[in-house]
Design a protein around this ligand. Sequence first.
Ligand code: GDP
Ligand code: ZN
Length: 318
Amino acid sequence: MNEREGIVFKSTGSWYTVKSGAEFFLCRIKGLLRIKGLRTTNPLSVGDIVAFVPQDEFSENGMPLGVVTRLKERKNYIIRRSVNLSRESHIIAANIDCAFIVATVNYPVTYLNFIDRFLVTAEAYSIPSVIVINKYDCYNPTEQKHVSEWFHLYNRIGYDVIVTSADTGKGLDELVKRMKGKINVFVGLSGVGKSTLINKIDPLLQLKTDHLSEYHQAGKHTTTFSEMFSLSFGGYIVDTPGIRSFGMIDMKNDDVSHYFPEIFKVAGQCKFHNCSHTHEPGCAVIEALQKDLISTSRYESYLSILNEDEDEKYRQHF
Ligand code: GDP
Ligand code: ZN
């Protein structure tokens, strides 16, 4: 039979649900489908584009079966180390178009350091990100002032920032506009409103709030599988507990500054080409910091990531 192309929607062990057009196929993998240079426990992940051959058979619950023959090169992927300190990693999702970092000024407090760590990780994974400041309806004038400070802080670096309230509907049109036709993920602390926002913009999804809660998923990584859902307005959302708290990836200290766009932009003017931007004379980053062209909070986040040892970076769960 002819090969077809599809996207992996769900993976449960050795079976993959693949969506092709409007149809779903339950597929397994033919032979060894190994990706060069990457030791992973799962050869395929949610978001992967694959070629598969439909079989003339059906699963117990009537789904047409297929065999995956090829994997299209991933434009990006999010990984997690399978076991602490193991060299093998688990791919949580692939081909993400946009990551939404949901943050709240209060209820709960999201620290800027958290936002920065997430942004750095997304930069390192080559995933475009949008900062969503939610629960605007809850904020008093002081908190509202923080919202506009955050907005300007990230906007001047070039990040897309939107302010939302799942309660009043503020900013939801803007959110939908950014998600439409894309593969999206939502990340952020527990309680910031990720599942509420998703349910509000697409009531058909009915993602259960407790299902999305980090608390309930803690320590269950091995038994929970990623899953992708179609959005009724077009596009997808990937849901997995790991994705909502994804940690730092392998990152050498020399590379950290590459993932702070505003630091990277001026670092080329430092006197020493291997400048760490911490104490060196003629450091353009420190100069920019003194002129307030780089924000103190961002610079502090940079230092805090530099000062972590390798394993801490892995353990870091936001
Ligand atoms: P998640 O852990 O990020 O998925 O957060 P939830 O979606 O479970 O939301 C946590 C709590 O915040 C729930 O009680 C929601 O009803 C509430 N919530 C979420 N978004 C908003 C909002 O914009 N305004 C207000 N007032 N409450 C919100
Ligand atoms: Zn420097």
